[in-house]
Design a binder for this molecule. Structure first.
Ligand SMILES: C[S@@+](CC[C@H](N)C(=O)[O-])C[C@H]1O[C@@H](n2cnc3c(N)ncnc32)[C@H](O)[C@@H]1O
Length: 225
C-alpha cells in the first residue's frame, strides 16, 4: 500500500519541500505575504467576511493558510465563526506542521493555540470563532461527497507541472459545484489549462499581479447557474 504520509525535506531552515512532489509547500520568499496576497486579497478578504463565511481549500499542507485566514478573521473583529474546510491527501505530521509554522513569528500565538489540536489525520476543530474540518483523502474523490458550498476557495495544490491531478478540469468543475452563488476562487498559478478549466466550470476568470517573482495569479468568480 502506498504511504499516505507527507514526506518532507527542509530547505532554508524551515521551509518544507515535498519529497513526493518535489515542490515547496509555500514561497521560499515570504509564505505569509504570498498567502495574504493570493488567497486573502485574491478572494476580497477580509472585506467579504461575515458570520459563517466558508473558506474551502485544496491542499492543507502546513496549515499556514488556515492560520493566516483566522488571523485576518480575528483582526476584522466580527462576531460568530469562520468556517474553514481543507482537503488533503497526505496530511503532515503535527511536529512538521509546527516546524513549518515556526517560520512565521506573526502567527506564533495562533500556531501555539492550535498546536494541541493537530492529529495528522482527518479531523474537526471547533473554537468559539472557528469551525475547521480537515477532509483526508484524494480531493478528486472526497470533494464529490462533500455536502457544502464554499464562499471562497483557496486552490493551493503543488505547481500544476508537478501536481497536475489537483488542477484537472473535472476537479475545477467539482469546485464550481461546491461554490455558493457569487462565490470566488483564487490561486497563485496563471497556468492556461487551469484558467480554462475554471472558465469551463462556470467561473469568470481574471489575471492579476502575482506575488514576488510570479508575474500573474488567477482570480475567479462564479457567474454560471
Ligand atoms: C502547496 S501544498 C499546500 C500548502 C498549504 N495550503 C499551506 O498552507 O501550507 C499542496 C498540498 O496539496 C496536497 N495534495 C496533493 N495532491 C492532492 C490530492 N490529489 N488531493 C488532496 N490533496 C493533495 C499535498 O499533500 C500538499 O499538502
Amino acid at each position: 500500500m502506498q504511504d499516505q504520509q507527507a514526506g518532507i525535506d527542509w530547505r532554508d531552515g524551515d521551509v518544507p519541500v515535498s519529497t513526493r512532489f518535489d515542490d515547496p509547500y509555500f514561497s521560499l520568499e515570504d509564505g505569509l505575504a504570498e498567502t495574504r496576497h493570493v488567497f486573502l486579497a485574491g478572494n476580497d478578504l477580509p472585506a467579504r467576511f461575515r458570520d459563517g463565511f466558508h473558506i474551502a481549500e485544496l491542499g492543507f499542507g502546513t496549515g499556514l493558510n488556515l492560520l493566516a485566514a483566522l488571523a485576518a478573521w480575528r483582526a476584522a473583529g466580527l462576531a460568530g465563526r469562520l468556517v474553514y474546510t481543507s482537503f488533503e491527501a497526505f496530511p503532515m505530521a503535527p511536529t512538521d506542521m509546527r516546524r513549518a509554522q515556526s517560520r512565521f513569528p506573526a502567527l506564533a500565538a495562533l500556531a501555539a493555540e492550535l498546536a494541541p489540536h493537530w492529529t495528522g489525520r482527518g479531523q474537526r476543530i471547533t473554537l468559539p470563532d472557528l469551525d475547521f474540518t480537515l477532509v483526508a483523502g484524494d480531493a478528486r474523490e472526497t470533494l464529490e461527497a462533500w455536502p457544502h458550498r464554499a464562499d471562497a476557495w483557496f486552490l493551493d495544490g503543488f505547481s500544476p507541472a508537478k501536481n497536475p491531478e489537483m488542477w484537472q478540469p473535472t476537479l475545477m468543475a467539482g469546485v464550481a459545484r461546491h461554490t455558493a452563488k457569487g462565490g470566488t476562487a483564487a490561486t497563485y498559478t496563471a497556468a492556461g489549462f487551469v484558467r480554462r478549466g475554471l472558465e469551463a466550470a462556470g467561473f469568470s476568470v481574471s489575471r492579476g499581479p502575482g506575488y514576488g517573482r510570479k508575474r500573474h495569479m488567477t482570480r475567479a468568480r462564479l457567474t454560471g447557474p
